[in-house]
Structures are given as C-alpha cells and as structure tokens.
Write a protein of this length. Sequence first.
Length: 355
Amino acid sequence: MKTLTCDILVVGAGPAGTSVAREAASRGACVIVVERRPVIGVPVQCAEYIPAPLLGEICLRPDFVVQPLRGMKTVLNGRPIQEIVAPGYTIRRDVFDQSLAAEAKKAGATILLSTGAVSREGNEVLIGRKGSSPSRVRAKVIIGADGPRSTVGRWIASENRNLIPAVQVKVRLDHPMEFTEVFFDDRIYGGYGWLFPKGDEANVGLGMKNRREGSHEIGRVLLDLLSWLVREGKIKGKPFDIMSGRIPAEAPRVISGGNILLAGDAAGHTHPITGAGILQAVIGGRMAGKWAARAVESGDMSNLTNYESEWLDLFGETLERGFSRRRLLERKWDQLEDIIKYCWSTFKEYHEAYE
C-alpha cells in the first residue's frame, strides 16, 4: 500500500479546509488536502450570501460575486417588522470555493479530489480514492474540515449533536431585489425561511426542526412559502435545482484532541441562530493553519491548543449567545410574536437580557 508523508493532512476542501491549507502552506508546511467530491464546491449546499467584510478578509478577486445587496428585511407571519442596512453579496459558492482552493495550491498545498478519509490509526490515515487502491497518509497534524457529519470529529469524539434540516431551491424573480428577506412563521419551528436575490434568480429555502419524531413537515412548509412568494409578486415560474443539508446549531465544544483539530462546520462553528458560517470557516481555518504550522515547525504539539483558545476569544461569546437564544426560541416558540426580537440578531433586544 502506498504511503504519503506530510506535515498536515486536511480532510475537506471547503472554505475552512482550503483556508487551513493556504495559511499552513504559506508558512512552509507540507500540506495535503483530501476532498471526497470530484469537483470542489459542487454540489452547492449554501444560501450563497456573504457579509461585505468577508471580501476584505480573503483577498481574492471577486469573480464569484453575483450581486451586491443593501440590507435585510425581516418578515413575521406575513408582515414586515424590520428593514436594516447591512451590505453584503450573493455569490456563486462553487466559484468561491474553487478560488480559495486555487490560492491554497498556489501557496504549495496538494489537493487530492475524489478522495475520502476512511480510518485512522495514530498518525496514519487511510484514504480511499475513486479508481485507485487505498493509500495511507502519515501526518504530524490532522485537521477535519469535512462538514457537519465529520469523520474526523468522530475520531476525537467531538461531533455535532444538534443538526437542523434545511432545504433550498432556485427560483426566478419577478423583479430585481436589493434586500435579502428572512421569514419567521409559526409553521417554521425553530428556524426561518429566506430569499437571497441573485440577479434575475434567487435562492429560497428554510431550515427548521421537526416538532414530532418522524415528521416530514419541511417539504410542505417550503411549498407553502413558495406559493406565498408567488402571490406576493416576488417570484414566478417553477422552482428548480433543489438541494438539502444539515446546519449545525450548537454552543462551542471541544474541537481538538491529540494531534487533531476541527474547523468550520465540522467544529460546529456555524452561528446557532442565523446559520451563517462562511466567515467563521475562513477565519477559523486560518487560525487552525497557523497553529498547526507553528506546532510542526517547533515540534511542540502543545501549540495546537492555542487554536481553540484564539477561536473562543474571537467567536466564543457570539456562539454562546446564539445557542442561548436558540434554546429560548424553541422553548417559547408558541410565543413567537413576543420573543422574536430577542431571538434574531438584527434587533437590539437580541443583545439584552430576556426577562
């Protein structure tokens, strides 16, 4: 069996994984990234919105930007309750991911597509590549950036325990729109719906929890949302390109163990209320890459613990508050009209004590 050797093995080539790879490789580390999909970023599983400040963080040519957006409108049970200015962009997420991967390769990282991490024994990871015999990778540091149901996370008993089902379709817009829209409704238990304009199209979807075990409400509720948007004159025609996935919604947890770190969705770094995660993935990935490279260079694996400390200093309070508000949202869902301002991050009440 063929054995590859590197300083850092990254599992997953999404924004977190490629940010790890770019940062670590630019610091002189030998980095291998394995990605189970044959094409990076495909299929797209994202609402494809990024906040404006992220462009300054990633230093990429904005070829992936589809449309600038002025702000966000919040709708509760069919009526608008807020409009805020919050500049951002809708993007082509596949092109965005591929741009980050290209920068990682430019920095010196090796990316193996159609390749998944199968198992681990000590510092060796068995990888399977489509059409090839299994190989081993011997690495000093292993970083899991392999999504909400992380294989690497299981190796250190750090898994996402609270995953919210989400479904999304593409639709045609009836007219141009400059604001994203989010929809809270009694039927969308523990979550919300969204409309993100992309030129003459939009991504429309929702994430919600089932109130009853075995229930499959989400598809029916999405159809109701689409019908309402047609009646409101916002979209037209039939939806297409359906996608689904799971969104982590947790408080911060331990994301390191031995020579292993987790980043992005694998680490549960998605905001527990909004579901936003690209910014955290990029910044967290860079942090993980930095500390992994320092650990390799110094030969001192205790440097890896600095990653978790730095991450918590920057984002820990935000995620803790988000998880606390999520618990409030679910506990008092039947009082949605009264609690919504305490449970959605664009309202000032979100940052105040709930009595």
